[in-house]
Structures are given as C-alpha cells and as structure tokens.
Design a protein around this ligand. Structure first.
Ligand code: ADP
Ligand code: MG
Length: 283
C-alpha cells in the first residue's frame, strides 16, 4: 500500500486508543488469521482482588502470612505480585526486608526473609500436594521447602472481552487462542465465556513461544496480545505483538508492534477493522 495511506491508518489508530509503531504492522493487522491472548491481565481485568488466604499453621496469623508473601513480591512487576502488595498495603502491613531474591518467569519468586527461604508461585513451583489444588487463580507458598498455604484471587473477565473475540471472528480471524500459565479449570471457564476457540493452560513463557512458532502458514499472520514482562518474548515472536499499555511503559510495550493506551481490550478488534479499511482504500 502507499506509505501515505499507511500513515493515515496509523494516525487513525492512535486516535482510537492504539498506537501502531510501523506501517507494515497496519498491513499485517489487516491480513491477520489468528489471534492469541494472554489470560491474566489481558482477557481478565488488570487488577485482581485477593479472595481467600488458606493455611494451617499455628505459628502464623493471616496477616503474618500476607506480610511474608507481599514482602517477597515487593519488587516483582507480575500482576499477582502487584495485587498481593496492594492487599498488604490496604491492611497497613509493613513490608519486611528481603535478600537473595530470585524470580522464575512464569513460575514464581523466591526470597530470604528473616533467614528463612520463602517461595511464592504456581503449584508445580511449590510442589503442592494435589489435595491442596484449587479451581481459582491461586498462588501457593512454602517456607524452607515446606508447603504453608495458598491465596486465591478473583480474576474477573473484562466486560468487553466476549464482544472483542466475536468481532474478531467477524473480521475473518478464525482462530482465537488463549495462552496462560494458569491451570485448565480457569482457562476453560474463560474460553467458554468469551467463545475463544482454543485454550492452552499451564504454559511456561517458552511454551507460549513454541505454540506461536508452530502455527501453520494458513493461520498467519498471528497477533499476540499480552500485558506482563512475562509476555514480552511471545509478543516479539508473533507477527504482530500488541501490549496492553494502560499502566505505563513496560517491557511488554517495548517489544510490541502496537500498544493499547486505554484499559480496553476492544481496541484490538478496532485496530484490525481500521487496518482492513485502510488497506481497502489504499488498493
Ligand atoms: P498468565 O499467562 O496467566 O498471565 P504467567 O505466565 O504470568 O501467567 O504466570 C503463570 C503462573 O506462574 C501464575 O499463574 C502464577 O501462579 C505463577 N507466577 C509467576 N510469577 C509469579 C510471581 N511473581 N508471584 C507469584 N506467582 C507467580
Ligand atoms: Mg499476564
């Protein structure tokens, strides 16, 4: 297409709340055949509320545990970490100093607090007994290798998610995919509610990349939409990476081809529609 038409398309997009970084992205968006979404913070809301804190250890109160967990998470940009810290602040708990902090992307975090090693993360990372598994979005924690308990979150679907997926189907994007580190129960519920055609639960960041790379030629170009630092590699591997950027510049926004400036997922289908219009006019 003529460069001038692409520039016009880019400026229309930015007026619509999505910054498209290059003209070729407009061309690819118009031809997209597949879209993959991260779940937490992308299909679901950017803020998760802490629901229940479950543990069975007389040494601690609920606030003691939240204080430990939030202390380990104070440096993390992960959306679950932000929610835990927000909950601790709301309860006016002071965060404790930590050392030997190690974050395992897509799995969890480890830190030393008061000479004890605390781990916070998914069930596999904490080596949780299967009887403790929940059906909600959950982080588990252990102290010095012994399982302590878990915290569940209210992970609410964005109100515009279903309409966005349906609009994308109408715009000829036949394959809609969810890639998530969360477990199958949560993933299936969200897929059902949004009419997403395929869901891949318990993905490590590396699995997300492999799934995108293995798509057949007929299913390309592929758009990937994500929000967290964890999603940056997948955004870079997709033909078109779109970052949810409403919460400021992040690693995800840097590796993306387009950034949504409002906290509104429907900007994605709007960008596809505008790009298709731009290409029709440009021909
Ligand atoms: P999603 O694809 O759902 O956005 P991620 O790949 O970011 O999920 O993370 C997968 C899982 O790993 C999370 O559901 C959580 O259980 C765990 N996890 C990752 N990072 C952290 C962290 N900093 N604190 C606690 N849990 C984490
Ligand atoms: Mg996420």
């Amino acid at each position: 297409a003529a460069p001038v038409a692409l520039v016009a398309g880019m400026s229309r997009s930015s007026r619509n709340g999505i910054v498209v970084k290059t003209g070729t992205t407009i061309e690819k968006l118009a031809k997209a055949r597949t879209i993959a979404f991260d779940k937490t913070g992308t299909l679901t809301k950017g803020e998760l509320a802490v629901n229940t804190i479950q543990f069975d250890d007389g040494r601690f109160s609920e606030n003691d545990l939240l204080q430990l967990v939030a202390s380990a998470e104070q440096e993390s940009t992960h959306i679950l970490a932000r929610s835990l810290v927000a909950e601790a602040k709301q309860r006016r708990l002071t965060l404790l100093p930590v050392s030997h902090l190690k974050e395992f992307t897509g799995q969890g975090i480890e830190a030393v607090i008061n000479q004890q090693t605390l781990r916070v993360g998914n069930a596999k990372f904490i080596e949780v007994n299967s009887t403790e598994l929940t059906e909600d979005t959950t982080v588990y924690f252990s102290l010095n290798g012994s399982y302590l308990g878990y915290i569940t979150f209210e992970d609410i679907l964005r109100s515009e998610a279903k309409a966005t997926v349906e609009q994308l189907h109408r715009l000829n994007i036949a394959k809609t995919v969810m890639l998530t580190g969360d477990h199958a129960h949560v993933a299936n519920q969200i897929a059902e509610k949004t009419h997403i055609s395929e869901s891949y639960p318990e993905c490590l960041p590396e699995d997300k990349i492999q799934i995108l790379k293995k798509l057949e030629e007929k299913d390309r170009p592929v758009i990937m939409v994500g929000d967290g630092v964890n999603d940056a590699p997948a955004l870079a591997v997709a033909d078109i990476g779109i970052a949810m950027g409403a919460h400021g510049a992040t690693a995800a926004s840097e590796s993306a081809d387009a950034v949504i400036l409002k906290d509104d997922l429907s900007r994605v289908s709007e960008a596809v529609r505008l790009s298709q219009d731009t290409m029709k006019v440009a021909q």
